[in-house]
Design a protein around this ligand. Structure first.
Ligand code: FE
Length: 200
C-alpha cells in the first residue's frame, strides 16, 4: 500500500474537492485491476462517457467518483478492511456520504451490484465484460438471484446506477483523451454546496 496519510485532517465541505483531487493526483497512476488504463484514466473516462451521453451533473460526478473506494485508506479512521480493494463499492459510498447526495452515493454503492444485476437480466451483457471484470464477478457473488434482482429494482436509483455501471464498463480504453480531474472541480463543488444547503 502506498500513499496512506491517516493523520491528515478529515475533509470538510470546503476541502473535499481538493481532497479528492489530491487523491487523483497522487494515486491516479495506479493500475486499474489488470485493465489497460490507470485508476484516474478509468474514472475520467467514465465521467467523459456520462457527459457524452448528456447525463445530469450528478451522474457525471458519480461516474467520476465510482471507484474512489479503492483509496479509502486516504480517508483516515476506517476499519482496516476498508484499505483493501474488496467492498470498494460500500467503502466509496461511505466516504462520499457526508458531502454528496444519495443519487451519487447510491450509484457508487451499487456499481458492483449493478454488474451482477445486468448479468442476471441483460442477455449479452456478460459477453462484453472485460476479462478482469469477469474474474471479479465470481468474487462478487456472480449474477444476481431472482430475489436479489427484485431487491435491486426496489432501489429508486437502480436505473441510474445501471447507467453509471455501463460507463464504468466502457471506461477502459487505452489512450482515450479526457478532461483532467480539475476540470470537474467546479461541478463537484456545486453539488457539495447544494447538498450542504439542503441539509441545513
Ligand atoms: Fe470502475
Amino acid at each position: 500500500m502506498t500513499g496512506a496519510t491517516p493523520d491528515r485532517a478529515a475533509p470538510t465541505r470546503e476541502t473535499i474537492v481538493a481532497f479528492l483531487a489530491d487523491i487523483f493526483e497522487r494515486r491516479g497512476a495506479e493500475s486499474y485491476l489488470g485493465e489497460d488504463v490507470t485508476m484516474a484514466e478509468h474514472m475520467l473516462q467514465g465521467a467523459a462517457l456520462a457527459e457524452q451521453a448528456g447525463a445530469a451533473d450528478a451522474l457525471v460526478a458519480a461516474a467520476l467518483l465510482h471507484d474512489i473506494g479503492h483509496f479509502t485508506s486516504e480517508f483516515g479512521a476506517y476499519s482496516p478492511e476498508d484499505t483493501k480493494d474488496k467492498h470498494h463499492d460500500a467503502a466509496g459510498a461511505r466516504v462520499l456520504e457526508p458531502f454528496f447526495p444519495p443519487v451519487i452515493t447510491d450509484c457508487v454503492r451499487l456499481h458492483v451490484a449493478a454488474k451482477r444485476y445486468l448479468c442476471a437480466t441483460d442477455p449479452g451483457y456478460f459477453d462484453q465484460l472485460s476479462q478482469a471484470s469477469v474474474h471479479t464477478l465470481s468474487l462478487q457473488g456472480g449474477p444476481m438471484s431472482e430475489a436479489e434482482v427484485a431487491a435491486f429494482e426496489a432501489n429508486p436509483f437502480h436505473e441510474v446506477a445501471v447507467r453509471v455501471r455501463k460507463w464504468d464498463d466502457q471506461g477502459k480504453v487505452a489512450g482515450m483523451k479526457t478532461k483532467a480531474f480539475s476540470d470537474y472541480a467546479e461541478l463537484l463543488q456545486k453539488i457539495v454546496d447544494a447538498q450542504a444547503e439542503a441539509a441545513k
